[in-house]
Design a protein around this ligand. Structure first.
Ligand code: 7MF
Ligand code: ZN
Length: 883
């Protein structure tokens, strides 16, 4: 229990800062437990400030204050300032001239298990400042609209900290007494303090070069612990690819002479875009064919791209306040999605992104923590780095792209960069630039920024044979969300194509338009609206919301036959896949009903025939082919149910998978065998596709519990020289009854005990297994030597995977999963509040389950709420979930 409720911050209360900081000189004398920080701030009153007082309030937390000085006079004394738990108030500072404020304080990086501010990870010192971590380093105006020039000097022991890094360019270095050395860094660009970074340690680096479009030479460096030096090539190549892409697609060049990336083992999130000195979770840097899967390789390139793209969308132009987070995150995620789509397969990337949006963001948007992509209020900003701000935010940018077209969007982004370079701006400034560059009206579209919840589009169709017209009537609605009982209609772009019964394209010619095309984008703006297509000699099949053109739920009554037809004939790669998902989803949902009625399950042959057709067709893009064979996930199916029934979902989905494997066994076997070859170190689309389709076949075939197949899996596990194949085989072995399960798990651990990221996979795989005994395994793994609550990657692999990727066992009817999770959250609460709060997500969905589970989950949330010293992070999520 806390004594006071944390304060809520509102967007409507935004005011400009009372003071500005022109330049910052930081001086660090590093020590694991007693780092000394001297900060010299050159400041002045903000002419735009409306406030009357002469005092100055700086933010600061967990700081041991040693000295405060104004304009290099005598140090201030206790009467001149006041310290609180999270601030330093200086009662009077000069109002009409610049002044220099010097502050000296101590911090303890070793005690910093929250991994925010300056902390220690495997003997390396590093910082994480976004969103409000800089205040854990020194007293400051810790808000993104205060931008300053930084100059940083680091002093440290030469042996323990041979490498000393910060933002910008290295402008000086030298030796000191007692085996110490110093380095000075200067960042020529003004920046908010959340982009500050410092790294020190026994780091080694892999170097490269990049020549920009205009011919400038940029030096690239990837810093890692020595034993990881052989896993940096892919990261370096990814960085070059990202730099080239941003030049080609957005016309943006890098702006410093040096770009550094550091890989850190203890990191709360994926990575951080600090100016010129990105800090990454090792998971998104290190890759070698035998240690990283194809999907790891893809994610590394995506995350490196993401952080690189922030240099323009985030750093050169930043956010005015944290309510505008989606300004930089939504746009940058959109950019990294497009980058990965261009580098790999557009169709596959789009499907993967939509899958994640629909399973996870839709759940968030329908739950107690639903918020708009630009939230109106928060208690703890760290809780708002959400799927909504990131993924739905990217969808909103994508819709602008669809509405304006690629060229119009580029005109808009050019104007945005030109108009706001060097500024801290709002989401509205972004939309305004898009409007102004195109003469467009996005007034109604702006509601996407302020309205939470996933809209539902209900579509009816009517074909008129005499007039040869087809009318689509589209109604939009959006369920209420906390604080928003009534919703306004949104501006929704709906891409539509029409397909004749013979599979050929039917031309789309809208009434009142003289143009006909293969595809149109309808602008849905009203609560209900009709669109009429003309010149249709026969009734076509409608392909709706192509490419998933808006983040909405579509309610349209397709028959199973129509879905099978679209799966064979839709020319839109997204909708073709979607038709298969709808078909399989509808069939599984019916089986769930049958099962709940106590009837026997029987598989509708229509899906077997549809799959047979897919399996017997030749495919160029084998990754896309394997996605067509993936059944909707248990999480996606859960989203479709009124009251989630995890056991029956699992049972019905397993039944469909096993029956398909039985009925199509020869096809799966042939595909497995023709694509199974050892292609270690090859990462072209062909080799990746062969691995993916082969492993999809193995996953189906493993449901047969057949000794030959079990042997295939074991052989693949033992002989694989790439992690994709080894992991896929081990997954098939662990997630099904297999005589060698224990042996393979032990062998895998022995083989990879020195590769932390591979051991993370080992934990996650066991935690997400549907086999009986998983809960006991998870409990035992908590006590494993390699488990560590202080390492977020380990926490996510074990506790995160169990609670978020193992519906079946986490939701065990007796509540043991809930109690286990609450125990861990309570332990994590004092170690790392950000990670603790993220682990809560599974419990926040309690209203989606049956009464008995609801009561059990609620009881755990209440227990968490009653914990002494509950962090603001955990308190906000737990209390809002219960409200
Ligand atoms: C790709 O956004 C997509 C999203 C904040 C930390 C990285 O660059 C970031 C940081 C969180 C959640 C997701 C991502 C990031 C953060 C992320 C990374 C790569 N500014 Br929290
Ligand atoms: Zn980001």
């Amino acid at each position: 229990m806390r004594d006071a409720n944390p304060q809520t911050i509102y967007l409507k209360d935004y005011t400009v800062p009372d003071y500005l900081i022109d330049s910052v000189e930081l001086n660090f004398t590093l020590d694991d437990e007693n780092t000394q920080v001297i900060s010299r701030l050159t400041m002045r009153r903000n002419p735009a400030s409306q406030s009357a007082g002469k005092s100055l309030t700086l933010s600061g937390e967990n700081l041991k204050l040693l000295r405060v000085n104004l304009n290099d006079g005598d140090d201030l004394t206790a009467v001149d300032y006041q310290q609180t738990a999270d601030s330093l108030v200086i009662h009077e500072v000069p109002q009409d001239q610049r002044f220099v404020l010097t502050i000296e304080n101590l911090i303890n990086p070793k005690a910093n298990t929250a991994l925010e501010g300056l902390y220690l990870s495997n003997g390396m010192l590093c910082t994480q400042c976004e969103a409000e971590g800089f205040r854990k380093i020194t007293y400051y105006l810790d808000r993104p609209d205060v931008m300053a020039r930084f100059r940083t000097t680091i002093i440290a022991d030469k042996n323990r900290y041979p490498v000393l890094l910060s933002n910008g360019n290295k402008v000086g270095h030298g030796e000191l007494s007692e085996n110490r050395h110093w380095v000075t860094w200067e960042d020529p660009f003004d920046k908010p303090c959340y982009l500050f970074a410092l790294v020190a340690g026994q780091l080694h680096c892999v170097e490269g070069n990049f020549t920009t479009q205009s011919g400038r030479n940029i030096s690239l460096q990837v810093f890692v612990e020595p034993h990881d030096l052989d896993k940096c090539d892919h990261a370096l190549q990814s960085l070059k690819n990202a730099m080239r892409w941003d030049e080609e697609v957005y016309g943006r060049e890098y702006d410093l002479d040096l770009y550094m990336i550091v890989a850190v083992s203890h990191f709360n999130m994926g990575a951080m875009e600090n100016k010129g000195l990105n800090v990454f979770n090792t998971k998104y840097v290190l890759a070698r064919p035998d240690t990283a899967t194809d999907s790891d390789y893809e994610h590394i390139e995506g995350v490196i791209g993401h952080e690189y793209f922030h240099n323009w969308t985030g750093n050169r132009i930043t956010c005015r306040d944290w309510f505008q987070l989606s300004l930089k995150e939504g746009f940058t995620v959109f950019r990294d999605q497009e980058f990965t789509g261009d580098r790999t397969s557009k169709a596959v990337k789009r499907i993967e992104d939509v899958n994640m949006l629909r399973t996870r963001q839709f759940a968030e948007d329908a739950g107690p923590l639903a918020h708009p992509i630009r939230p109106d209020s928060y208690m703890e900003i760290n809780n708002f780095y959400t799927l909504t701000v990131y993924e739905k935010g990217a969808e909103v940018v994508r819709m602008i792209h669809i509405l304006l077209g690629a060229e119009g969007f580029r005109k808009g982004s050019d104007l945005y960069f030109q108009r706001h370079d060097g500024q801290a701006v709002t989401c509205d400034d972004f939309v305004k630039a898009m409007e102004d560059a195109n003469g467009a009206d996005l007034a109604q579209f702006r509601r996407w920024y302020s309205q939470a919840g996933t809209p539902v589009l209900t579509v009816r169709q009517h074909y008129e044979p005499t007039g040869q017209t087809l009318t689509l009537t589209i109604a939009q609605s959006c369920p209420p969300t906390p604080g928003q009982p009534v919703k306004e209609p949104l501006h929704i772009p709906v891409k539509v194509g029409l397909i004749n019964r013979d599979g050929s394209v039917a031309s789309c010619k809208l009434k009142d338009s003289d143009q006909a095309s293969d595809e149109v984008t309808l602008s849905v703006t009203e609560a209900e609206q009709s669109f009429t297509f003309e010149d249709l000699t026969q009734q076509p099949v409608v392909s709706l919301l192509r490419g998933f053109s808006a983040p909405v739920k579509l309610a349209m009554d397709y028959s199973l036959e129509e879905l099978a037809f679209l799966l064979s004939h839709d020319s839109d790669t997204f909708n073709r896949w979607e038709a298969g998902q709808q078909l399989a989803g509808a069939i599984i949902m019916r089986l769930i009903e049958d099962c709940r009625n106590g009837w026997n399950m029987q598989l509708d042959p229509i899906i077997v025939e549809a799959f047979r057709k897919v399996l017997e067709q030749p495919w160029d893009d084998l990754s896309y082919f394997s996605l067509l064979l993936d059944l909707p996930s248990e999480t996606y199916l859960a989203e479709q149910m009124q009251v989630v029934d995890v056991e029956t979902i699992h049972k019905a989905r397993e039944f469909v998978k096993r029956t398909l494997a039985q009925q199509l066994q020869p096809q799966f076997q042939v595909l497995y065998q023709t694509n199974h070859r050892d292609e270690s170190g090859q990462f072209d689309a062909g080799a990746i596709g062969r691995r993916r389709i082969k492993n999809t076949c193995l996953s189906y075939l493993s449901k047969l519990e057949n000794a030959d197949i079990q042997n295939w899996a074991e052989q693949q596990f033992k002989t694989a020289r790439n992690m994709t194949d080894q992991m896929a085989a081990l997954t098939a072995i662990v997630n099904n009854p297999h005589p060698a399960t224990r042996q393979c798990l032990t062998d895998f651990y022995q083989q990879w005990r020195n590769e932390a990221l591979v051991i993370d996979k080992w934990f996650a795989l066991q935690a997400s297994s549907p086999m009986p005994g998983t809960f006991a395994t998870v409990q035992a793994l908590m006590a494993h030597d390699a488990f560590d609550l202080k390492n977020p990657n380990r926490v996510r692999s074990l506790i995160g995977a169990f609670s978020q990727a193992n519906q079946l066992h986490f939701h065990a009817a007796n509540g043991q999963g809930y109690q286990f999770l609450a125990d861990q959250i309570i332990a994590l609460n004092t170690i790392n509040p950000q990670v603790a709060s993220r682990m809560l997500s599974a419990l926040t969905q309690w209203r989606r389950y049956d009464e008995s589970r609801q009561a059990l989950m609620k009881a755990q949330l209440e227990r968490i709420m009653g914990t002494v010293n509950i962090s603001k992070d955990v308190y906000e999520v737990a209390s809002k979930s219960l409200a």
